[in-house]
Design a protein around this ligand. Structure first.
Ligand SMILES: NC(=O)c1ccc[n+]([C@@H]2O[C@H](COP(=O)([O-])OP(=O)(O)OC[C@H]3O[C@@H](n4cnc5c(N)ncnc54)[C@H](OP(=O)(O)O)[C@@H]3O)[C@@H](O)[C@H]2O)c1
Length: 206
């Protein structure tokens, strides 16, 4: 797939690395092609940098890993994305993209895209860079109203090493998925368990 990544920091950079290793082509969509966080990614085969509009126009999938307050500005530059897939990795637990209650809702309403999905938001960047614990991939959770968008996010999660990918529900669960991320942040940072922790769902038959 041709994947545009907008926001090339901890999360965008980790995903760019993982996706190219899985055979995808990455188009970084940046504000300044000469100076952006993660510029060292340009040394990797199949990663190149463009303006946000150029990257969006050439990609099948657009992944946004910027900051909530930039959402409206970024969406304006995406062009016609009605039938593309947009993956939102962001959390607005600290800053809300007013007047919306979370970033994914903001992207869905502002872009007119029919296939917006929230994914990769509920664990730390180190786990995105390497999702393997004790020889096995950890779990990932996706929320979307679009089955197509969930399928793409599920495939990309598996491509970079996540094991079980769970459907977290539709757009009515975007806020809950951000709260789930806040649970990870609470345990990792506030309660002191460290960033080397991950959620796995156990199941059994009765
Ligand atoms: N870090 C984590 O462990 C983690 C885990 C899960 C989810 N998240 C979420 O993922 C998102 C990104 O986090 P991060 O840690 O990767 O952030 P980060 O390292 O600070 O990177 C932020 C990126 O956003 C870009 N950006 C900022 N304003 C922009 C604008 N107006 N237009 C275009 N791009 C803009 C920056 O571009 P420049 O290079 O031009 O400055 C930078 O590449 C956040 O919403 C965060 O809540 C983070």
């Amino acid at each position: 797939m041709k994947i545009a990544i907008i926001g090339t920091g901890n999360i965008g950079g980790a995903l760019a690395n993982g996706f190219v290793k899985a055979g995808h082509e990455i188009l970084l969509g940046v504000r300044n092609v000469n100076d952006f966080k993660g510029k060292n990614l340009l040394g990797i085969k199949n990663i190149s940098a463009y303006t946000i509009s150029e990257a969006s126009a050439s990609a099948d999938v657009i992944l946004i890993a910027a900051v909530p307050q930039a959402v409206a500005d970024i969406v304006k530059q995406l062009g016609n994305v009605q039938n593309k897939v947009i993956i939102d990795t962001m959390n607005s637990v600290r800053v809300k993209p007013e007047p919306f209650s979370n970033t994914t809702e903001a992207i869905q309403k502002l872009s007119g895209c029919k296939h917006v999905v929230k994914c990769f938001n509920c664990t730390g960047a180190e786990n995105i860079a390497n999702p393997i614990y004790n020889g096995k991939g950890i779990d990932m959770f996706v929320a979307s109203d679009s089955a197509h968008a969930r399928e793409i996010a599920t495939q990309l999660s598996k491509d970079i090493g996540f094991n079980n990918i769970y459907n977290f529900g539709g757009s009515d669960k975007f806020n809950l998925l951000e709260q789930f991320a806040l649970c990870w942040i609470n345990l990792a940072m506030m309660q002191g368990y460290g960033r080397g922790i991950a959620f796995n769902l156990e199941s059994r038959s009765f």
